[in-house]
Design a protein around this ligand. Structure first.
Ligand code: NAD
Length: 286
């Protein structure tokens, strides 16, 4: 078994990006800038924002944060997004999710200029991915992070039967598309799937993004399986865990991601990559 060290890969990405950002600043007078909008004070959101901010500090990407009370109206938020769309000094716009219940998330996402959509959540960026790898310009960060982890460990998805558990628009569906683009045969399972085990037991790779501890147990996977655990759950003792029974599956797996330290840091690293990419594109720098 080999552990996939997402934290280590993320740090290498930061080192490379820091050099690139310095060069852009020096040679092109361009310092990529990420604008982050936070509505309310959801504890998980605050923690995610802290990680993203730290990553910006490591890479030299500028960070600007707009904090609003939960009482902010949708129209006020849309107006702020429009203002950031039109601001040439901003290269990436991120609206931290979840938003309070009175917001229509699809409408808010739709308001973001796709060229500044560094989360990769707009229909434009998601739709383009269907056309193939060369159109994965600003891919959603979590699936992009998974692909990078596979590449780093020379795990080629071509020809693999991959079962993805969880079919959200930001993780499961785009991950299936990116794996399909790379020659895998993906199966997507979700809450309505009958007999989940029948889909996981013969899979060469199982990727799980549900948010349920121990959803995938040792008896559900085959010897030598690659496990990508994207789920994040907080246990009673306050520690984080994924969706897989890590301890029992680990001896059986050829590769496995830990939680924390796997998909999480890679998601943030890919957000930084997307921000630099967006800044370059917006300024016609190749
Ligand atoms: P979501 O709630 O939008 O989607 C969950 C998916 O799981 C749905 O498709 C649902 O049908 C499916 N599902 C629910 N119960 C199931 C069951 N019993 N069997 C099979 N499928 C089931 O969630 P999301 O935003 O995609 O996030 C999923 C998990 O991944 C969460 O734990 C979240 O915290 C985590 N996540 C982690 C990162 C990261 O950076 N590591 C990023 C995004 C999401």
């Amino acid at each position: 078994m080999a552990l996939i060290d997402g934290k280590k890969i993320a740090n290498e990405i930061y080192e490379n990006l820091a050099v690139e950002v310095q060069k852009l600043t020096r040679e092109n007078n361009l310092q990529p800038k990420l604008a982050v909008i936070l509505v309310g004070d959801n504890a998980a959101s605050l923690s995610y924002i802290k990680q993203k901010r730290k990553a910006c500090e490591k890479t030299g990407i500028q960070w600007v944060q707009f904090d609003y009370e939960e009482s902010l109206t949708q129209d006020e938020l849309l107006k702020k997004i429009q203002e950031l769309n039109e601001d040439n000094s901003i290269h990436g716009i991120l609206v931290q999710l979840p938003l309070p219940e009175h917001f229509e998330v699809p409408k808010v996402i739709r308001a973001i200029d796709p060229h500044k959509d560094v989360d990769g959540f707009t229909a434009y960026n998601l739709g383009k991915m269907f056309l193939g790898t060369e159109f994965e310009d600003l891919p959603p960060c979590t699936p992009a992070g998974v692909i990078k982890m596979l590449e780093y460990y020379d795990i080629d998805p071509e020809g693999m039967n991959v079962t993805i558990v969880g079919a959200s628009n930001i993780v499961g569906k785009p991950l299936a598309t990116m794996l399909l683009n790379r020659g895998a045969t993906p199966t997507i399972c979700h809450i309505k799937t009958k007999d989940l085990k029948s889909h996981t037991i013969n899979a060469d790779m199982v990727c799980v993004a549900v948010g349920r501890p121990n959803l995938i147990t040792e008896d559900m996977v085959k010897e030598g399986v690659v496990i990508i655990d994207i789920g994040v759950n907080r246990k009673d003792d306050g520690k984080l865990c994924g969706d897989c029974d890590f301890e029992r599956i680990e001896p059986k797996a050829s590769y496995i991601t830990p939680v924390p330290g796997g998909a999480g840091p890679m998601t943030v690293a890919c957000l930084m990559e997307n921000t630099v990419k967006a800044a370059k594109r917006l300024n016609n720098i190749s």
